[in-house]
Write a protein that binds this ligand. Sequence first.
Ligand SMILES: C[S@@+](CC[C@H](N)C(=O)[O-])C[C@H]1O[C@@H](n2cnc3c(N)ncnc32)[C@H](O)[C@@H]1O
Length: 188
Amino acid sequence: MQTLSDKPKRGRPKKIVTTATFNELARHGWNSEPDVCQFIGSIIKMNKSANVLEIGVFEGETAVKMIEALPYGGKYTGIDINNYLKHDLKSFGTDVEFILGESITLLKGYPANHFDFIFVDGDHSWANILPEFKEVERVLAKGGIVAYHDTIHIADVKKLMEYAAHYNYNVITLNTSEGRGLSLIQKP
Ligand SMILES: C[S@@+](CC[C@H](N)C(=O)[O-])C[C@H]1O[C@@H](n2cnc3c(N)ncnc32)[C@H](O)[C@@H]1O
């Protein structure tokens, strides 16, 4: 029986972590902040981006905003190694494709200059994001925009933005409501 002295001194009672709840906890917070979802949609609208890609779709919160922002005839492609989708993405737009697979391998299958907007929000490790960036650069159309999430609070993604700036890309980093950061790069 729990006595008063067993209770944590402050805050909420601790959640008991089993393997199943660990996976849940690890995934908690993977959704982009609502302001990021909205802003990604606004960029697509402002630029009239018609062929857009999201790397790392998770439950589909940002995907919905991206699809809703597309002009008539536009296409959304989402890539994820897992299917965590909570939304039926096809119910938000006509030309919607969700591809289960690993980003670098799948990107290699697209021709150069294919997408006019890319939101990168998948595996944030340096080992992944550097080779992924090389493919993102290749498949992004001239004048197209790539947005990277978590460029303030995840060191490897921040480092990638410094790397891109070193290679003469203009990188704009914005703070976001939870301080995770969103960076924009336009392909010259
Ligand atoms: C932070 S969540 C994405 C959140 C989503 N973009 C949003 O705004 O709500 C990261 C996602 O990336 C996926 N992921 C991780 N590594 C990946 C890889 N190498 N290729 C594709 N997707 C990957 C995970 O399965 C997870 O669903």
